[in-house]
Write a protein that binds this ligand. Structure first.
Ligand SMILES: CC(C)(COP(=O)(O)OP(=O)(O)OC[C@H]1O[C@@H](n2cnc3c(N)ncnc32)[C@H](O)[C@@H]1OP(=O)(O)O)[C@@H](O)C(=O)NCCC(=O)NCCS
Length: 217
């Protein structure tokens, strides 16, 4: 009788992501680390669909924010760290903008689970710059390369939409993002404040990947 192989066993054993999957996600198969491999095997990134994703996106927003340092660090709070429904409303407002095409919002599924999401819109000061917002990763899958992969995917989609620069902001208390963005090639261009946080503003020039260039040639 034919023995069924577990899914992981069916993956390449030489440390490479299946080529098509790696290229779709903008990760070079050879340079991707081991932690990416298992994840990318069953990963799909898709435009947000209200009926399919809305409820799951709200849950992900809450889970990701609650587990982060952000809830403890809001200006003027006592640091006790409660999730506030203002976070829900910020996301809902942003998702509303997808209906008018002001916002391109993407979700990442790992199998049947929505594990990450992020938005892309035109920067208010510069039409050639894509502004990335609301990157969230399910804390159950934290530190597995999903956030980085989602950023690379947002960059790829931004290039497809004709943007040549990417911009992202993060809170000065957000150590994960402060470490991730420079690793992905973002440089600090400024700072800003609002009622809740101080922020660092980052920018990156969007160059086509080697794979995209070879597809054009
Ligand atoms: C920030 C966030 C998106 C990171 O997602 P993630 O999938 O865990 O991140 P990755 O595994 O892709 O990590 C990529 C890099 O980011 C940095 N990083 C991620 N988590 C980190 C942590 N807890 N501490 C320090 N650096 C961290 C590291 O440089 C990491 O690379 P490494 O694992 O090779 O060292 C996720 O924690 C999250 O959703 N946080 C809450 C919401 C949020 O802060 N969104 C951004 C608002 S600007």
């Amino acid at each position: 009788m034919k023995r069924l192989m577990p899914k992981e066993k069916a993956m390449p054993t030489n440390g490479a992501i299946p080529k098509e999957r790696a290229l779709v996600l903008g990760v070079h198969p050879k340079s991707a680390s081991r932690k990416f491999q298992l994840l990318l095997h069953d990963v799909r990134v898709m435009p947000f669909d209200h009926d399919r994703d809305f409820a799951k996106a709200l849950v992900l927003n809450k889970d990701a924010i609650t587990k982060s340092d952000l809830v403890h660090a809001i200006k003027g709070s006592d640091g006790s760290g409660k999730y506030d429904e203002g976070w829900d409303w910020a996301l809902i407002r942003l998702l509303e903008e997808t209906k008018e095409n002001k916002m391109h919002f993407f979700v990442m599924y790992l199998g049947s689970r929505l594990v990450a999401m992020g938005g892309l819109s035109k920067d208010e000061h510069d039409g050639s710059t894509a502004y990335f917002s609301s990157l969230r990763v399910d804390p159950k899958n934290g530190r597995q390369g999903i956030g980085e992969t989602m950023m690379l995917e947002l960059e790829r989609r931004a290039r497809e939409l004709g943007y040549s620069v990417a911009k992202a902001e993060t809170q000065t208390v957000n150590d994960s993002m402060l470490e991730m963005l420079p690793k992905l090639g973002y440089g600090k261009i400024g700072e800003k404040q609002d009622d809740y946080f101080d922020y660092v503003i980052f920018r990156k020039k969007l160059l086509p990947s080697k794979e995209e260039i070879s597809r054009i040639n």
